[in-house]
Design a protein around this ligand. Structure first.
Ligand code: SF4
Length: 290
């Protein structure tokens, strides 16, 4: 396989075969993101991808059950790339059970319902989406490219096509100024999108990012640890999923917790309360990661 660094994938895809079908992110405007700052967006040539898959199939034919398609927002790839790629994946890996990828609400809304159904029928079954916030003011400040209503519609289309979603929200993304509004609205958006998997991450202001410049100018202030724990409690209090699983075990978080919402809400809020009272050790700074 040919890989072009940097290469990112969700923690849950650590064991998956990674197919880097696009390079960079077609949007690349989010103010907190520096992942693809130095990588111009492009779709890799189809012939090159198919050749990589034939090579991978020859060496790992029966070993691959999960495939993650990278980089930043590959769902935006044209159908004349997606369909042959999904066909080649099925051929290369007969034991394949899941194909997943990163997607934005914009990517989803740009595809027709028929196209999304075609992708699902050919094997694309899980989308990782990072709305980050349910608060439209925060979403505009982050330059996310879609508002809360757009995310709800995108999720509806994914669900109707039979695709599962794994959603990520960012604690701290509203800054101190919009902390509670951001956290509660994020819980409400998570409920409306109703994913199979839901997680919170904690915002890290990355040096060199537009958000770091805003912070330096005093236009953005990240809540402190107590503020971030409170955001987690507000988020959990607002979230109602049909059957999805919530986790905050990402390395960026101070308190790893999880469960089903609303079923486990009381226990989760109690665990957050214990942490707020100083009775539960938090993940130390040196163990936290992006
Ligand atoms: S859509 Fe994702 S990869 Fe692209 S700029 Fe935003 S956060 Fe970064």
């Amino acid at each position: 396989m040919r890989y072009h660094e940097p290469l990112f994938r969700p923690p849950s895809e650590a064991q998956s075969f990674i197919l880097q079908a696009t390079l960079g992110c077609s949007w690349n405007h989010c103010t907190y993101c520096s992942m693809y700052q130095d990588k111009a967006y492009r779709v890799r040539p189809l012939a090159e991808l198919l050749e990589d898959l034939r090579t991978a199939g020859a060496s790992a034919r029966d070993d691959v059950k999960h495939v993650f398609v990278a980089d930043g927002d590959p769902l935006g790839m044209p159908m004349d790339h997606w369909l042959p790629i999904l066909g080649a994946l099925a051929e290369a890996f007969p034991r394949l059970r899941r194909v997943s990828t990163y997607a934005t609400a914009r990517n989803l809304l740009e595809k027709t319902p028929h196209e999304l159904r075609q992708l699902r029928e050919r094997g694309l079954s899980l989308l990782y989406i990072g709305p980050e916030s349910g608060d439209d003011v925060t979403l505009r400040a982050l330059a996310k490219g879609s508002d809360a209503a757009g995310h709800v519609e995108a999720a509806r289309r994914a669900r109707e096509a039979g695709m599962e979603q794994s959603l990520m929200f960012l604690l701290g993304a509203g800054g101190r100024a919009r902390s509670e509004v951001h956290a509660r609205a994020s819980g409400r958006l998570a409920s409306a999108m109703d994913p199979r998997f839901l997680s919170t991450l904690t915002l890290t202001v990355v040096p060199g990012s537009p958000l770091a410049r805003q912070e330096a100018q005093g236009a953005f202030q990240l809540p402190d640890v107590a503020g971030l724990l409170q955001e987690l409690a507000w988020f959990v209090a607002e979230t109602h999923l049909t059957g999805g699983i919530f986790r905050s075990n990402h390395a960026s978080n101070y308190l790893p917790i999880g469960g089903r919402l609303p079923r486990d809400r009381a226990a989760i809020l109690e665990a957050i309360g214990e942490a707020q009272a100083g009775h539960t050790p938090l993940r130390p700074e040196w163990l936290r990661g992006l």
